[in-house]
Design a protein around this ligand. Structure first.
Ligand SMILES: [Zn+2]
Ligand SMILES: [Zn+2]
Length: 127
């Protein structure tokens, strides 16, 4: 997806962000021909909001709902240091694993049924 420059119509390119910009913006775009600059703001705590207000569990880092319940802690993948996960861990909440993040976190909620691994297709019932 390329966004045309509103000033001259050339293609806007992503440019590296400074440390301060990294905190505020998701990406910074710049026009190679006229120097126009624009930025896409981060939605603050976007995935955290999703995490907190969902009836089902989501990855605490990316908001992914396709997570897996872990029978025990995986020694290789990281465990979230997020205060909510740490607190829930102290209450012995179950452990979940997010594949894209390779992150484990604690949550009392269950996986959204829509994202549970599909059960084997049922045999057609004959009558
Ligand atoms: Zn331009
Ligand atoms: Zn994730």
């Amino acid at each position: 997806m390329s966004i045309p420059c509103p000033r001259c119509g050339a293609r806007l390119e992503r440019v590296p962000r400074s440390n301060a910009e990294r905190l505020i913006y998701r990406k910074v775009l710049s026009c190679g021909s006229c120097g126009y600059r624009t930025a896409v703001r981060r939605v603050p705590f976007e995935s955290l909001t999703k995490f907190v207000f969902s009836p089902h569990t989501h990855c605490i880092q990316c908001g992914n709902a396709r997570v897996r319940r872990m029978p025990r802690r995986d020694p290789i993948d990281r465990l979230s240091a997020h205060p909510i996960s740490v607190l829930l861990g102290l209450t012995f909440a179950p452990l979940y694993h997010c594949n894209p993040c390779r992150l484990q976190y604690h949550d009392w909620r269950k996986v959204d049924p829509a994202y549970r691994p599909a059960p084997r297709p049922a045999q057609p019932v004959e009558d």
